[in-house]
Design a protein around this ligand. Structure first.
Ligand code: CP
Length: 315
């Protein structure tokens, strides 16, 4: 594995999940990251990704440098041949090359603008770091993907599944702000690689990118989708069709205990942060159905498995 930007960078998913599970059950004294440095750049806020990835790197013996690139760094220019006579002080060509002198792995978080779909789909920030850095790049959530979250989710479902082929439902839920499709995209791509019965449910107008959905069943009736579900993954995303917009939805899509009645006493997942009683009701988050804390804990082991693999491959 040269980078971890998309799930397609994973060479052997089964082995990577197994590695994360072993790391969780038997913390190793081995420090493959000794003398190596992870640099993390955040263009957007984070709690879990920042702290779990730092913890993972330290477990491996790495040093960690973190920068709030949006606030503390020079404004970066990403366009080739730009005449930099405005607000952008540093070009990604120098920034990525310099960071590669200080870091053995660079991890970047950069959300989409949600204004221009074609622009967001170019993944300009992530791909520019990949192009101009000389060390591996890790995606800490980009315009269209959150592969560390998806690996965490796969580990969590494998750990807690009581069936050989669980039914997993990804349910859209309301949110007052326009959110990226990244988590839903990567979760959908991950579920297509796992032996699960996977269904997406969302209101009309909120179907994800057809290139991501492929053959997955999309059910616009949430109650019907929830029938016999073993896992319900709740997440808001803004419209892909009317890109980045929050469309009006008549039905109530907030997930609460009443909606779980049709499920197989489903375990409820969310990547967090979650808006209580808008996305998921208290009666779920404060109940045994919620596995959001176990899920967040697994962020560390997913990051550890990925960083270890990148260290091995860049020797
Ligand atoms: N799930 C997730 O990525 O959380 P943060 O935004 O807090 O990092």
């Amino acid at each position: 594995m040269k980078n971890y930007i998309n799930l397609t960078d994973i060479e052997n998913l089964k082995a990577l999940i197994q590695e994360a599970k072993v790391m969780k059950s038997k913390p190793s004294e081995e420090k493959p990251g000794k003398g190596k440095t992870l640099g993390m750049l955040f263009f957007n806020p984070s709690l879990r990704t920042r702290l779990s990835t730092e913890k993972a790197a330290k477990f491996l013996g790495m040093d960690v440098m973190v920068m709030n690139a949006d606030k503390d760094g020079w404004a970066l220019e990403f366009e080739d041949a730009a005449i930099m006579n405005s607000d952008k002080a540093e070009h990604i060509k120098e920034a990525a090359a310099v960071l590669s002198q200080y870091c053995d792995i660079i991890a970047v978080r950069a959300f989409p603008g949600l204004k221009d779909r074609d622009q967001d789909e170019t993944e300009l920030v992530m791909n520019s770091f990949k192009k101009y850095a000389s060390v591996p790049i890790v995606n800490l959530e980009s315009a269209t993907a959150h592969p560390l979250q998806a690996l965490t989710d796969a580990i969590t479902i494998q750990e807690l599944s009581e069936k050989t082929r669980a039914k997993v439902v990804l349910s859209w839920a309301p949110h007052p702000k326009a959110l990226p499709q990244s988590v839903a995209n990567s979760f959908t791509e991950m579920m297509q690689q796992m032996d699960v019965d996977f269904v997406i449910t969302n209101p009309e107008g909120y179907d994800l990118d057809p290139k991501v959905i492929k053959e997955v069943r999309v059910e616009h009736d949430q109650e019907k989708a929830f029938e016999d579900a073993d896992f319900v993954y709740v997440k808001n995303w803004s419209s892909y069709e009317q890109y980045g917009q929050v469309l009006e939805v008549q039905e109530n899509w907030t997930v609460d205990q009443a909606k779980l009645k049709k499920t197989n006493n489903a375990k409820v997942m969310h990547c967090l942060p979650v808006r209580r009683n808008v996305v998921i009701a208290d009666d779920i988050l404060d109940s045994e159905n919620s596995i959001v804390i176990q899920q967040a804990n697994n962020r560390t082991y997913a990051a550890q498995a990925v960083l270890k693999k990148l260290l091995e491959c860049s020797k």
